[in-house]
Design a protein around this ligand. Sequence first.
Ligand SMILES: Nc1nc2c(ncn2[C@@H]2O[C@H](COP(=O)(O)OP(=O)(O)OP(=O)(O)O)[C@@H](O)[C@H]2O)c(=O)[nH]1
Ligand SMILES: [Mg+2]
Length: 324
Amino acid sequence: MPDVQALVEGIRGGARASVSQAITLVESTRPQHRAQARELLTELAANGQDAVRVGISGVPGVGKSTFIEALGTRLTAAGHRVGVLAVDPSSVRTGGSVLGDKTRMARLAQDPRAFIRPSPSAGTLGGVARATVQAMAVLEGAGYDVVLVETVGVGQSEVTVAGMVDTFLFLTLARTGDQLQGIKKGILEIADVIAVNKADGDRQMEARVAARDLAGALRLVRGHGEWAPPVVTCSALDDIGVDEVWARVLAHREHLGADGLAHKRALQQLDFTWALVRDELEQRLRHSPGVREIREELRDAVLSGELPATVAADRILAAFDRTR
Ligand SMILES: Nc1nc2c(ncn2[C@@H]2O[C@H](COP(=O)(O)OP(=O)(O)OP(=O)(O)O)[C@@H](O)[C@H]2O)c(=O)[nH]1
Ligand SMILES: [Mg+2]
C-alpha cells in the first residue's frame, strides 16, 4: 500500500517513479486504492497547474503515435514537459494495450522531459476514462505543461476523450468527394483542428485537395459564428507541418479565451461527475449480492420467453435496492 504523502512529494519533485506509481494507483479499481487515489488527487489539486490538454484521434494507422513523437519532441526541445496518455477501447476488450505504443515514439520515450503511459488495460470505457482524467491530474501535479491523449477513432472513445481535453485534434488521410462521407459526421462536430496526415511523397497534392474539400464540408456542419475548425496538411513521418498543426491548436485556445476555457473545463467537470456516478453505480450493480442471487434465474426466464424484459428489469432493480 503506497504512502500517499510520500507519493505527493515525489510527484511535486517530478520523480518519474512516483508519477508512475501514482498513475497505477488511480488506475486501480480496488476500493482501498480508490480512496487513496481520491486523497492523492485532492492534495495535488491544492496547487496544481493546468496543462494544455489536447486529444488526438483518427483511424488505426493514420499516424497518431508518429505525430505525437514529432510534436512531443519539438515541444520538449522548446522547453515544455510533455505527458502522453492513451485511451484504447480495444484494450478494454482484449486486455492488451496497443496504443501509446512506445516503439512509434522511440525518441520521446527516451526523452527526460516526456512521460508516456499506455492505456490502462482493464475495465470499462468509463473506468478507463476515469483513470485517464486522474492520470492527467497526476501529470499536471508533476509539472507536465502539455498533456496529449491519443485515442483510436472508433466508437465512443473519441467522444469520451473530447470531453476531457481543451482541444480535440483529428488526424485523417487524403479523401475526396464521396469518400468524405466515410468520416463520421460526429467526428466533424467535435473536432477543433483537423490535419490530413501523410502529406508527403506523391501524396502531397492529393492531401491538399482533400484538406480543401474537408474545409468546405465543415462549413456546412458548423453554425455561423462558431469556431471553424482549420484543416491543414502535415507529414508526421517527415515532420513537415507539425508546427503548423500546433499553431492551430494554440489558436483554438486563444479563441476560447481564459473565460471560455474555464467554462469549458467547468462543464467537463460536471459531465465527469455524472460519468463517475454512473461508473460507480454499474460496479455496485454488478457486485450487488441481491442481483447476483437472482441473475441466473432471471437470465433463463428471459431467454425462454417466460418473463418480459420490463418485469425482469424491475426485479433486478428491486433486488439491488433491497441489498445495496
Ligand atoms: N508516409 C507516411 N507514413 C506515416 C506518416 N505518419 C505515420 N506513418 C506510418 O503509418 C504507420 C502507422 O503509424 P502510427 O503512428 O503507428 O499510427 P497510429 O494512428 O498511432 O496507429 P494505431 O495506434 O494503431 O491506431 C507507420 O508505419 C508509420 O510510419 C506520415 O506522415 N507519412
Ligand atoms: Mg498509435
